[in-house]
Structure formats: structure tokens, C-alpha cells
Design a protein around this ligand. Structure first.
Ligand SMILES: [Zn+2]
Length: 89
């Protein structure tokens, strides 16, 4: 079983609330968008946004246009995979 505390998503107010990061959206997130702003972050750092099916494209486009988007994986995959290094705020 996964503890919600194992999820290190900066910006999500409630621990364990895996809702979409799109403004005003309360849908359950199914996607994790991993991104990095080279002006603010070291290259290996990853910030994450959550997205529901509906907003995945919108949010990844937003990041993609700025050259920030690194990876899009399902939440399920992210949880079992390389979330470990995401310990920043
Ligand atoms: Zn959404």
C-alpha cells in the first residue's frame, strides 16, 4: 500500500490529494508532467504537475512551449518509478 506521504508533489495543498493541477480543475490526476526551468533549477531537478486526461495536453503544451517539459508519465508509473529524487519544493 502506498502512503500519501510518499508523494512529493510540490504545490499540492493536501497531502494525498492527487487532483489535476489545471486551474479550477478538481478531477483526479492520471498523469504526471515532469518539468524543469533551466533559469531556476539545476538540470537534474524535476518539478511536477498533475493532470487529468482532459488537461494533459493543455498543460504539457504550456510547458513544452517554454522548453520546460521533460517527461509525461502516468501517475501510476511515476509512483513506482523515479520519484525519489523529487525532494525539492
Ligand atoms: Zn484537469
Amino acid at each position: 500500500m502506498n502512503s500519501p506521504d510518499s508523494l512529493l508533489f510540490p504545490g499540492s495543498a493536501d497531502a494525498g490529494a492527487t487532483v489535476c493541477s489545471a486551474k479550477g480543475c478538481r478531477s483526479a490526476a492520471v498523469w504526471v508532467l515532469a518539468w524543469n526551468n533551466p533559469k531556476l533549477h539545476t538540470p537534474e531537478r524535476r518539478k511536477t504537475w498533475l493532470a487529468c486526461d482532459e488537461h494533459r495536453e493543455h498543460l504539457s503544451q504550456f510547458l513544452g512551449l517554454r522548453g520546460f517539459l521533460k517527461d509525461v508519465v502516468t501517475l501510476e508509473e511515476w509512483e513506482k518509478g523515479d520519484a525519489r529524487s523529487a525532494s525539492d519544493g
